[in-house]
Design a binder for this molecule. Structure first.
Ligand code: PBG
Length: 327
């Protein structure tokens, strides 16, 4: 034998010398769920160890994240039922929960990169990412509102807006309005290849944002989110979002879609983010609770696989734990 591959696996020092992929705190985007109230730290049923925070407690949380080396957060808000409508009116309220959350976090840790979820579903009485008329999700009317929401987040101080809806043309609408209004430095992280996945269940529990079951309301998001069977289409979606002005693109969910991540990584020259979603988190937690999997090892293996596939950034509910495990 002239070649013995095991030589490079002899011990941990050699293995780490030749290791191709590593994880560090600045790879992560930390999703945060925010609620109204005081002194609220409310565990999410289907996401053990993950919480909804009120604004007073979020300050402490982001300071801790910063001290762990985490540099970016992605905000989601839980909106009370009476503020929901079919137009996103509350989403553009300058005194809304999201807008106050951005200010609170920027105030607590000015250097923290604050990204905001731009979407109608938490604000929609139908639980959809678009305005509905006669059983249909209206594309262009929705895109126009998403641009208004983005502007409102930019005014509050968001560094990046992150539209998570999959309407056509919304990146162009958002970029155009931000430019017109002078927000040249506000970035866009686009959920560009977002699939109609069954892995979002726990997230919809967290925000109480699942599509409602009613007549003439679509039961799922398949007319806007992508078909999990499609691969070529993900590249098309992503290239269009870049043309329209996206600074960072995203593939979502993570683990089941790593072929898509690699396809996209090979053809784009912007950072590619991957969202390891709520269902992926819940599966690991559940199996670990049963004692069926080694929690920390599985977390690191999955995050490493996501990076190896080509992710430049990972939005993950494991961010804080992962940083503690690797340090
Ligand atoms: C909705 C949105 C969803 C997620 C992020 N933004 C759910 C959905 O599309 O129904 C899911 C994130 C997760 O599951 O962790 N705009």
């Amino acid at each position: 034998m002239l070649r013995r591959n095991r030589r490079l696996r002899t011990n941990e020092a050699i293995r780490s010398m030749v290791r191709e992929t590593s994880i560090s705190p600045n790879d992560f985007i930390v999703p945060l769920f925010i609620v109204e109230g005081k002194n609220v730290k409310d565990e999410i049923n289907s996401m053990p160890g993950y919480y909804r925070y009120s604004l007073d407690l979020i300050e402490k949380e982001v300071k801790e994240l910063w001290s762990l080396g985490l540099r970016s957060v992605l905000l989601f808000v839980k909106v009370s039922e009476e503020l929901k409508d079919n137009a996103g009116k509350e989403a553009i309220n300058p005194e809304g929960l999201m807008q106050r959350a951005v200010k609170t976090i920027k105030n607590a840790v000015p250097e923290m990169i604050v990204m905001t979820d731009v979407a109608l579903d938490p604000y929609s009485k139908f639980g959809h990412d678009g305005i509905i008329d006669d059983g249909k999700i209206l594309n262009d009317d929705t895109a126009a509102v998403l641009a208004e929401i983005s502007l409102s987040h930019a005014k509050a101080g968001a560094d990046f807006v992150a539209p998570s809806d999959m309407m056509d043309g919304r990146i162009f609408e958002i970029r155009s309005l931000l430019e017109d209004e002078g927000f040249h430095d506000t970035g866009i992280m686009s959920y560009s290849a977002k699939y109609a996945s069954a892995f979002y269940g726990p997230f919809r529990d967290a925000l109480d944002s699942a599509p409602v079951d009613a007549q003439n309301i679509p039961k799922d998001k398949k007319t806007y989110q992508m078909d999990p069977a499609n691969r070529e289409e993900a590249v098309k979606e992503t290239l269009m979002d870049i043309e329209e002005g996206a600074d960072i693109v995203m593939v979502k969910p993570g683990l089941c879609y790593l072929d898509i991540v690699r396809d996209i990584r090979n053809v784009v020259n912007v950072p590619v983010a991957v969202y390891q979603v709520s269902g992926e988190y819940a599966m690991i937690k559940a199996a670990a609770e049963k004692g069926w999997l080694d929690h920390d090892a599985v977390v690191l293996e999955q995050l490493t696989a996501i990076k190896r596939a080509g992710a430049s950034l990972i939005a993950s509910y494991f961010a804080k734990e992962a940083v503690k495990i690797i340090s």
